[in-house]
Design a protein around this ligand. Structure first.
Ligand code: PLP
Length: 333
């Protein structure tokens, strides 16, 4: 059981698979056409099509935003600002394009301090990366705080990474917010709630002029034809998406309840995973792997000492994972 990468443990909608099976030799032979996928994503997010840039997974959206934001080197090495711990692609992308990642620590509850972010801004700050919900804790950042921060960090971009927003049920995306905050960029992915991680499909959403520099970074055919064909079908199959969101929510509750029973610390998560302080994380990860359950050792990250992260996917998997966790933790006592 792969519970280490926050994937969709049920896979994609069966309708997506059928659509992919209908693709033929010409779809392989021709450059992909994005019009239908583009319209479907924009409609789904409730914004005009010119507010959306499709990307090869949100990873590419993060790289494109970092590259576009850090082009200006007039004041020296450009900086990206974020929190620690955080999703590692913010730092990987920033350093890959010659920028410097600056981080401020979260407190023990993994709560964001907007004051700490404001205090860490420098004239070289070009972009601020914040995930909502946060990875690896799953904690939510109130949307008002993010809107306020976007205004405060301008002209730097505020990149709100909403990879897990489907699970949290709230988003910063709406045309009025994007118009009022032209430095706000929102990242979305179809890897998680929609189960398209293997196809690589994400989107960056912002006011059109804000997106322009990112459009110049993303190659013209970044999504392949299979991802483009899958997107409208995945979006259309709401019943499947809603079923999966329910499974993940139930799994989250089951995992949180198990943590209480086992007397291990966790934090309220709005995403499809939870962070658990288990003690010797490496040993627990090894013991769970021996029982066929892969979870992620996050203990090396700031504030995540002794912690593992467990994906909350379909309930059946979660029950088996909890049984294995109970066995491992009880044996260790
Ligand atoms: C916070 C966050 N942002 C972005 C991504 C990347 O998503 P994608 O699969 O679309 O590249 C992930 C994947 O785990 C993530 O956790």
């Amino acid at each position: 059981m792969r519970l280490h990468l926050n994937e969709n443990t049920a896979g994609c909608s069966p309708a997506v698979l059928q659509a992919l099976q209908r693709l033929g030799r010409c779809d392989v032979g021709l450059y992909p056409d994005y019009d239908t996928a583009h319209e479907a994503v924009a409609g789904h997010l409730g914004v005009p099509a010119d507010h959306v840039l499709l990307t090869n997974g949100l990873d590419e959206g993060i790289l494109a935003a970092a590259a576009a934001a850090c082009r200006d080197r007039a004041d020296g090495v450009p900086e990206a600002l974020g929190v620690a711990p955080a999703f590692d692609m913010y730092e990987v992308s920033t350093t890959a394009i010659g920028g410097r990642m600056v981080t401020v620590p979260l407190n023990g509850e993994f709560e964001l301090s907007a004051d700490d972010i404001r205090a860490a801004l420098t004239p070289r700050t070009r972009i601020v990366f914040l995930a909502n919900p946060h990875n690896p804790s799953g904690r939510k950042i109130p949307l008002d705080i993010l809107r306020g921060l976007a205004a405060d960090v301008a002209p730097a971009l505020l990149f709100a990474d909403e990879a897990y927003a489907d699970f949290a049920g709230e988003t910063l995306i709406d045309p009025a917010t994007l118009a009022a905050l032209p430095n706000l960029v929102v990242g979305r992915t179809f890897s998680k709630a929609y189960g398209l991680a293997g196809l690589r499909a994400g989107a960056v959403v912002a006011a059109p002029a804000t997106l322009d520099p990112m459009r110049k970074v993303v190659p013209p055919y970044s999504l392949n034809a299979w991802a483009a064909a899958a997107l409208p079908v995945a979006i259309e199959d709401r019943a499947y998406r809603d079923w999966y969101l329910e499974q993940a929510a139930t799994s989250r509750t089951l995992l949180a309840d198990a943590c209480v029973r086992l007397g291990v610390r966790t934090w309220p998560s709005a995403a499809n995973f939870i962070l658990v302080r288990v003690g010797n994380a490496a040993a627990v990860v090894g013991e769970l792997a021996a029982r066929g359950v892969r979870v992620r050792d996050r203990s090396a990250e700031a504030g995540c000492e002794q912690c593992i992260r467990i994906t909350a996917g379909i309930v059946e998997d979660t029950r088996r994972a909890i049984a294995a966790l109970e066995e491992v933790l009880c044996a260790a006592r």
